[in-house]
Design a binder for this molecule. Sequence first.
Ligand code: Q46
Ligand code: ZN
Length: 310
Amino acid sequence: MRCRRCRQPPVIELRRHNAAFCRDCFFHHVQEQVRRTVHDFRMIAPAERVLVAVSGGKDSLALWDLLLDLGYEADGLYLGLGIGEYSDASQEKVERFAAGRALPLRVVKLEAEGPGLGVPAVAAASRRAPCAACGTMKRHYFDAAAFTGGFDVLATGHNLDDEAARLLGNVLRWQKDHLARQRPVLPPTHPKFVRKVKPLYLTSEYETAVYAFMRGIDYIVDECPNAAGATQLLYKAALDRLEVESPGTKLAFVKEFLRTAQPAFAAVEQREPQECAGCGMPAYGALCSFCSLVREVETRRARTASPLPA
Ligand code: Q46
Ligand code: ZN
Protein backbone atom coordinates (compact mmCIF):
# COMPACT_ATOMS: atom_id res chain seq x y z
CA MET A 1 0.00 0.00 0.00
CA ARG A 2 1.21 3.53 -0.75
CA CYS A 3 0.20 7.00 0.44
CA ARG A 4 -3.01 7.91 -1.34
CA ARG A 5 -1.81 11.42 -2.08
CA CYS A 6 1.92 11.26 -2.87
CA ARG A 7 2.57 7.49 -3.40
CA GLN A 8 5.36 7.45 -0.77
CA PRO A 9 5.47 4.65 1.86
CA PRO A 10 2.61 5.27 4.33
CA VAL A 11 2.77 5.56 8.15
CA ILE A 12 -0.94 5.17 8.81
CA GLU A 13 -3.82 3.20 7.33
CA LEU A 14 -7.41 4.42 7.70
CA ARG A 15 -9.79 1.57 6.97
CA ARG A 16 -12.96 3.64 6.91
CA HIS A 17 -11.42 5.77 4.15
CA ASN A 18 -9.87 2.69 2.53
CA ALA A 19 -6.65 4.71 2.34
CA ALA A 20 -3.14 5.07 3.74
CA PHE A 21 -1.10 8.24 4.20
CA CYS A 22 2.49 9.32 4.83
CA ARG A 23 3.02 11.72 7.73
CA ASP A 24 2.64 15.02 5.83
CA CYS A 25 -0.30 13.81 3.77
CA PHE A 26 -2.01 12.55 6.95
CA PHE A 27 -1.74 16.08 8.41
CA HIS A 28 -3.17 17.40 5.15
CA HIS A 29 -6.00 14.83 5.27
CA VAL A 30 -7.03 15.78 8.84
CA GLN A 31 -6.73 19.51 8.18
CA GLU A 32 -8.82 19.21 5.01
CA GLN A 33 -11.44 17.10 6.78
CA VAL A 34 -11.79 19.73 9.52
CA ARG A 35 -11.65 22.66 7.08
CA ARG A 36 -14.46 21.09 5.03
CA THR A 37 -16.55 20.36 8.15
CA VAL A 38 -16.19 23.98 9.34
CA HIS A 39 -17.03 25.28 5.86
CA ASP A 40 -19.87 22.89 4.93
CA PHE A 41 -21.69 23.32 8.26
CA ARG A 42 -20.97 27.08 8.32
CA MET A 43 -19.41 26.79 11.76
CA ILE A 44 -17.09 29.80 11.80
CA ALA A 45 -16.90 32.85 9.53
CA PRO A 46 -13.37 34.10 8.75
CA ALA A 47 -13.24 37.12 11.12
CA GLU A 48 -15.13 35.56 14.02
CA ARG A 49 -13.52 35.11 17.45
CA VAL A 50 -13.52 31.53 18.70
CA LEU A 51 -13.28 30.24 22.26
CA VAL A 52 -12.02 26.64 22.35
CA ALA A 53 -12.88 24.56 25.41
CA VAL A 54 -9.66 22.68 26.19
CA SER A 55 -9.49 19.85 28.71
CA GLY A 56 -5.84 18.85 28.26
CA GLY A 57 -6.87 15.74 26.29
CA LYS A 58 -5.89 14.90 22.71
CA ASP A 59 -9.11 16.00 21.02
CA SER A 60 -9.42 19.53 22.39
CA LEU A 61 -5.70 20.34 22.07
CA ALA A 62 -5.63 18.94 18.52
CA LEU A 63 -8.71 21.06 17.75
CA TRP A 64 -7.03 24.24 19.05
CA ASP A 65 -3.95 23.42 16.96
CA LEU A 66 -6.09 22.76 13.85
CA LEU A 67 -8.18 25.94 14.16
CA LEU A 68 -5.04 28.07 14.49
CA ASP A 69 -3.54 26.34 11.46
CA LEU A 70 -6.71 27.07 9.51
CA GLY A 71 -6.18 30.76 10.31
CA TYR A 72 -8.82 31.35 12.98
CA GLU A 73 -8.37 33.61 15.99
CA ALA A 74 -8.92 31.13 18.82
CA ASP A 75 -8.48 31.60 22.58
CA GLY A 76 -8.47 28.62 24.95
CA LEU A 77 -10.74 28.08 27.94
CA TYR A 78 -9.72 25.61 30.61
CA LEU A 79 -12.26 24.67 33.27
CA GLY A 80 -10.75 23.32 36.50
CA LEU A 81 -13.33 20.77 37.64
CA GLY A 82 -11.70 20.11 41.02
CA ILE A 83 -11.19 16.39 40.31
CA GLY A 84 -8.01 15.90 42.36
CA GLU A 85 -4.75 14.99 40.62
CA TYR A 86 -6.49 14.56 37.27
CA SER A 87 -7.49 18.24 37.22
CA ASP A 88 -4.02 19.39 38.34
CA ALA A 89 -2.30 17.31 35.64
CA SER A 90 -4.71 18.36 32.88
CA GLN A 91 -4.36 22.05 33.76
CA GLU A 92 -0.59 21.72 33.54
CA LYS A 93 -0.84 20.18 30.04
CA VAL A 94 -3.10 22.98 28.81
CA GLU A 95 -0.94 25.73 30.32
CA ARG A 96 2.20 24.25 28.81
CA PHE A 97 0.55 23.97 25.37
CA ALA A 98 -0.61 27.61 25.49
CA ALA A 99 2.70 28.95 26.86
CA GLY A 100 4.74 27.06 24.23
CA ARG A 101 2.80 28.76 21.44
CA ALA A 102 2.11 32.08 23.24
CA LEU A 103 -1.65 31.55 23.00
CA PRO A 104 -4.30 33.38 25.05
CA LEU A 105 -5.74 31.04 27.69
CA ARG A 106 -8.52 31.63 30.21
CA VAL A 107 -8.55 29.44 33.30
CA VAL A 108 -11.74 29.11 35.36
CA LYS A 109 -11.52 26.97 38.48
CA LEU A 110 -14.91 25.86 39.76
CA GLU A 111 -13.78 25.82 43.38
CA ALA A 112 -12.74 29.48 43.10
CA GLU A 113 -16.00 30.61 41.46
CA GLY A 114 -19.21 31.93 43.13
CA PRO A 115 -20.58 28.90 45.01
CA GLY A 116 -17.06 27.42 45.38
CA LEU A 117 -18.12 23.95 44.26
CA GLY A 118 -16.03 21.44 42.33
CA VAL A 119 -17.58 18.45 40.54
CA PRO A 120 -16.98 15.86 43.33
CA ALA A 121 -18.65 18.09 45.95
CA VAL A 122 -21.68 18.76 43.75
CA ALA A 123 -22.05 15.08 42.81
CA ALA A 124 -21.84 13.95 46.44
CA ALA A 125 -24.22 16.57 47.82
CA SER A 126 -26.78 16.23 45.01
CA ARG A 127 -26.43 12.43 44.81
CA ARG A 128 -26.03 12.69 41.07
CA ALA A 129 -23.58 10.70 38.96
CA PRO A 130 -20.37 12.80 38.70
CA CYS A 131 -20.71 13.09 34.91
CA ALA A 132 -24.28 14.40 35.18
CA ALA A 133 -23.21 17.10 37.65
CA CYS A 134 -20.11 17.81 35.55
CA GLY A 135 -22.14 18.27 32.34
CA THR A 136 -24.40 20.88 33.94
CA MET A 137 -21.45 22.78 35.46
CA LYS A 138 -19.44 22.70 32.23
CA ARG A 139 -22.32 23.95 30.09
CA HIS A 140 -22.94 26.88 32.43
CA TYR A 141 -19.32 28.02 32.66
CA PHE A 142 -18.64 27.51 28.94
CA ASP A 143 -21.71 29.59 28.03
CA ALA A 144 -20.91 32.29 30.59
CA ALA A 145 -17.23 32.57 29.54
CA ALA A 146 -18.10 32.76 25.83
CA PHE A 147 -20.74 35.45 26.44
CA THR A 148 -18.77 37.63 28.87
CA GLY A 149 -15.62 37.33 26.74
CA GLY A 150 -17.50 38.63 23.68
CA PHE A 151 -16.75 35.56 21.55
CA ASP A 152 -18.78 34.67 18.46
CA VAL A 153 -18.33 30.92 18.67
CA LEU A 154 -17.66 28.25 21.29
CA ALA A 155 -15.83 25.20 19.90
CA THR A 156 -15.55 21.83 21.63
CA GLY A 157 -13.42 18.80 20.73
CA HIS A 158 -16.17 16.18 20.42
CA ASN A 159 -15.09 13.68 17.78
CA LEU A 160 -16.96 11.16 15.62
CA ASP A 161 -16.69 8.42 18.26
CA ASP A 162 -18.12 10.72 20.96
CA GLU A 163 -21.01 11.71 18.71
CA ALA A 164 -21.79 8.16 17.61
CA ALA A 165 -21.78 6.94 21.25
CA ARG A 166 -23.98 9.83 22.33
CA LEU A 167 -26.36 9.15 19.45
CA LEU A 168 -26.58 5.47 20.35
CA GLY A 169 -27.36 6.37 24.00
CA ASN A 170 -30.02 8.88 22.95
CA VAL A 171 -31.61 6.42 20.51
CA LEU A 172 -31.64 3.54 23.00
CA ARG A 173 -33.74 5.69 25.34
CA TRP A 174 -35.46 7.73 22.60
CA GLN A 175 -34.49 10.98 24.26
CA LYS A 176 -36.33 13.24 21.85
CA ASP A 177 -35.16 16.52 23.35
CA HIS A 178 -31.52 15.40 23.23
CA LEU A 179 -31.88 14.13 19.66
CA ALA A 180 -33.38 17.48 18.68
CA ARG A 181 -30.23 19.26 19.85
CA GLN A 182 -27.62 16.73 18.69
CA ARG A 183 -26.08 18.71 15.85
CA PRO A 184 -22.56 19.81 14.87
CA VAL A 185 -23.71 23.44 15.01
CA LEU A 186 -26.11 24.86 17.57
CA PRO A 187 -27.22 28.37 16.62
CA PRO A 188 -27.80 30.68 19.58
CA THR A 189 -31.42 30.65 20.81
CA HIS A 190 -30.89 33.62 23.16
CA PRO A 191 -28.77 36.82 22.99
CA LYS A 192 -26.60 35.49 25.84
CA PHE A 193 -25.78 32.27 24.00
CA VAL A 194 -23.09 32.08 21.31
CA ARG A 195 -23.00 29.58 18.46
CA LYS A 196 -21.66 26.18 19.56
CA VAL A 197 -19.69 24.08 17.10
CA LYS A 198 -17.95 20.70 16.92
CA PRO A 199 -15.38 20.87 14.12
CA LEU A 200 -14.13 17.29 14.80
CA TYR A 201 -17.62 15.89 14.31
CA LEU A 202 -16.56 13.76 11.34
CA THR A 203 -13.00 13.02 12.53
CA SER A 204 -12.48 9.76 14.40
CA GLU A 205 -10.88 9.40 17.82
CA TYR A 206 -8.12 7.35 16.21
CA GLU A 207 -7.38 10.15 13.75
CA THR A 208 -7.22 12.83 16.48
CA ALA A 209 -5.01 10.62 18.66
CA VAL A 210 -2.53 9.96 15.84
CA TYR A 211 -2.68 13.60 14.75
CA ALA A 212 -1.95 14.88 18.28
CA PHE A 213 0.87 12.37 18.72
CA MET A 214 2.51 13.12 15.37
CA ARG A 215 2.21 16.87 15.89
CA GLY A 216 4.12 16.46 19.17
CA ILE A 217 1.20 17.67 21.30
CA ASP A 218 1.77 16.72 24.93
CA TYR A 219 -1.71 15.76 26.15
CA ILE A 220 -3.03 14.01 29.24
CA VAL A 221 -3.31 10.30 28.45
CA ASP A 222 -5.06 9.29 31.68
CA GLU A 223 -8.84 9.37 31.59
CA CYS A 224 -10.82 11.28 34.19
CA PRO A 225 -11.29 8.83 37.11
CA ASN A 226 -15.07 9.17 36.73
CA ALA A 227 -14.99 8.02 33.10
CA ALA A 228 -14.71 4.34 34.12
CA GLY A 229 -18.33 4.16 35.28
CA ALA A 230 -19.75 6.17 32.40
CA THR A 231 -22.20 4.34 30.10
CA GLN A 232 -20.71 6.32 27.21
CA LEU A 233 -17.72 3.93 27.29
CA LEU A 234 -20.01 0.94 26.95
CA TYR A 235 -21.60 2.46 23.87
CA LYS A 236 -18.17 3.28 22.46
CA ALA A 237 -17.03 -0.32 22.93
CA ALA A 238 -20.16 -1.65 21.18
CA LEU A 239 -19.63 0.72 18.26
CA ASP A 240 -15.93 -0.22 18.08
CA ARG A 241 -16.95 -3.86 17.56
CA LEU A 242 -19.33 -2.90 14.79
CA GLU A 243 -16.68 -0.70 13.18
CA VAL A 244 -14.14 -3.55 13.11
CA GLU A 245 -16.61 -5.78 11.27
CA SER A 246 -17.86 -3.02 9.02
CA PRO A 247 -15.57 0.03 8.67
CA GLY A 248 -17.51 3.25 8.20
CA THR A 249 -20.42 2.23 10.47
CA LYS A 250 -19.94 5.13 12.91
CA LEU A 251 -19.72 7.72 10.15
CA ALA A 252 -22.83 6.39 8.38
CA PHE A 253 -24.76 6.24 11.69
CA VAL A 254 -24.00 9.87 12.53
CA LYS A 255 -24.26 11.28 9.00
CA GLU A 256 -27.54 9.58 8.16
CA PHE A 257 -29.06 10.63 11.48
CA LEU A 258 -28.14 14.19 10.66
CA ARG A 259 -29.56 13.95 7.13
CA THR A 260 -32.78 12.03 7.74
CA ALA A 261 -33.90 11.93 11.39
CA GLN A 262 -32.45 14.96 13.17
CA PRO A 263 -34.53 17.60 11.29
CA ALA A 264 -37.72 15.77 12.28
CA PHE A 265 -36.79 15.83 15.98
CA ALA A 266 -35.67 19.48 15.75
CA ALA A 267 -38.98 20.51 14.16
CA VAL A 268 -40.98 19.24 17.16
CA GLU A 269 -38.72 20.51 19.96
CA GLN A 270 -38.80 24.27 19.87
CA ARG A 271 -38.45 25.85 23.25
CA GLU A 272 -37.40 29.46 23.73
CA PRO A 273 -35.27 30.10 26.82
CA GLN A 274 -36.03 32.88 29.33
CA GLU A 275 -33.48 34.46 31.70
CA CYS A 276 -32.51 32.64 34.89
CA ALA A 277 -33.61 34.41 38.08
CA GLY A 278 -30.36 33.32 39.73
CA CYS A 279 -27.51 34.05 37.31
CA GLY A 280 -29.19 35.84 34.40
CA MET A 281 -28.07 33.27 31.82
CA PRO A 282 -30.69 31.62 29.55
CA ALA A 283 -32.96 29.11 31.29
CA TYR A 284 -35.90 26.86 30.39
CA GLY A 285 -37.56 27.40 33.78
CA ALA A 286 -37.40 30.07 36.50
CA LEU A 287 -33.86 28.87 37.27
CA CYS A 288 -31.27 27.46 34.87
CA SER A 289 -30.11 23.90 35.51
CA PHE A 290 -26.84 25.17 37.01
CA CYS A 291 -28.58 27.42 39.57
CA SER A 292 -31.11 24.65 40.39
CA LEU A 293 -28.21 22.29 41.03
CA VAL A 294 -26.34 24.80 43.22
CA ARG A 295 -29.51 25.55 45.18
CA GLU A 296 -30.11 21.83 45.71
CA VAL A 297 -26.55 21.39 47.02
CA GLU A 298 -26.83 24.40 49.34
CA THR A 299 -30.20 23.26 50.72
CA ARG A 300 -28.88 19.79 51.43
CA ARG A 301 -25.76 21.16 53.09
CA ALA A 302 -27.77 23.55 55.27
CA ARG A 303 -29.99 20.65 56.34
CA THR A 304 -27.05 18.44 57.35
CA ALA A 305 -25.32 21.36 59.14
CA SER A 306 -28.40 22.36 61.23
CA PRO A 307 -28.69 20.81 64.72
CA LEU A 308 -31.27 18.08 65.31
CA PRO A 309 -34.49 19.29 66.97
CA ALA A 310 -34.66 18.57 70.73
S1 Q46 B 1 -14.66 15.15 33.01
FE1 Q46 B 1 -16.71 15.31 33.81
FE2 Q46 B 1 -15.93 13.75 31.80
FE3 Q46 B 1 -14.92 13.33 34.24
S2 Q46 B 1 -16.71 13.81 35.48
FE4 Q46 B 1 -17.47 12.69 33.69
S3 Q46 B 1 -18.00 14.31 32.32
S4 Q46 B 1 -15.66 11.75 32.83
S5 Q46 B 1 -15.60 14.16 29.70
ZN1 ZN C 1 -28.76 30.40 36.55
